[in-house]
Design a protein. Structure first.
Length: 291
């Protein structure tokens, strides 16, 4: 930030909306809020639910108390939007019961949100909707902790990252670098030799797409493995996760510092340093200025 801009800053809380598509909503709330709160930047958080979907794991009473619907907020503007993952990778996008509503929200975000962070299936859905990037089924679920490397030196989203870093993945489908490279507006900023595309940024509309789950806690992959085992799905052990590949051993966290840094960088470089002081000016040719 330039000295001229630093001494003349107008400061206000950032308006952040979180579209929580995960079935374990309370766990996801805690995970993301921990990462967002590890910053001196003030944030006002609103949670968003899909009005066209009935949650099987969270009571409607809880959702009505703590969540908003799109109709309730669509006339507002926000500095940031986070779209979480969802356990629907094996369903065609158009057959997801809330797909039309999600598309409406993603279209709305282009002019009403300064920057949007898409996570896992949310990243795949955003790349498909905005840029027609397809997803491909995997032979086996991508589950575990995988090494990634940065591909664009100086990219603000990964500023302060080590050259090689770990990120959790938990998904049945993937997007491919070969499709993304064909779009001049999309830039792959992190890759993995095992997990493929790790993070993508767009020149348009301040969009960020992260294919993994940086927000996951120590035990999240273990919970998913136990759940799928009890369902008789015979899942593979998450890779690089349990010490000695023994699910009786407590996992060792190797991604927390980079998770914190990614969310902090997104808030700082993609939201705070570019968003207008008057939130109502978002969408008026202000995006990407001075980033």
């Amino acid at each position: 930030m330039t000295e001229k801009r630093a001494v003349a800053q107008d400061i206000r809380p950032l308006k952040i909306i979180i579209l929580n598509l995960m079935p374990t909503k309370v766990d996801t709330e805690i995970q993301i809020l921990r990462l967002l709160s590890n910053s001196p930047l003030q944030t006002d958080i609103i949670f968003l639910q899909m009005a066209t979907h009935e949650s099987k794991n969270t009571s409607q009473e809880y959702l009505d108390k703590f969540y908003h619907t799109f109709d309730e907020i669509k006339n507002q503007k926000f500095d940031g939007l986070i779209i979480t993952g969802a356990p629907v990778e094996n369903i065609e996008y158009e057959k997801v019961d809330y797909w039309d509503e999600l598309c409406e929200i993603m279209d709305w975000s282009v002019t009403n949100v300064f920057s949007t962070l898409h996570i896992c299936w949310g990243a795949q859905a955003g790349l498909y909707h905005h840029y027609s990037i397809p997803k491909y089924p995997l032979e086996h679920k991508m589950s575990g902790i995988f090494k990634h490397y940065t591909t664009i030196p100086g990219e603000p989203l990964l500023r302060g990252f080590d050259d090689v870093f770990n990120m959790p993945h938990s998904r049945h489908t993937e997007v491919r670098a070969s499709d993304i490279w064909h779009n001049p507006h999309l830039h792959i900023v992190a890759m993995s030799n095992e997990a493929g595309v790790g993070a993508v940024v767009s020149e348009k509309a301040g969009q960020v797409f992260v294919t993994g789950h940086f927000e996951y806690d120590r035990s999240t992959l273990a919970f998913e493995y136990d759940r799928d085992t009890k369902r008789g799905m015979e899942p593979r052990l998450p890779e690089n996760y349990f010490p000695q590949n023994n699910p009786s051993n407590d996992p060792i966290v190797t991604w927390r510092s980079h998770a914190t840094l990614l969310f902090t960088n997104w808030l700082n470089y993609y939201v705070y340093q570019g968003t207008p002081y008057d939130v109502n000016d978002i969408g008026n040719d202000t995006k990407n200025k001075e980033r």
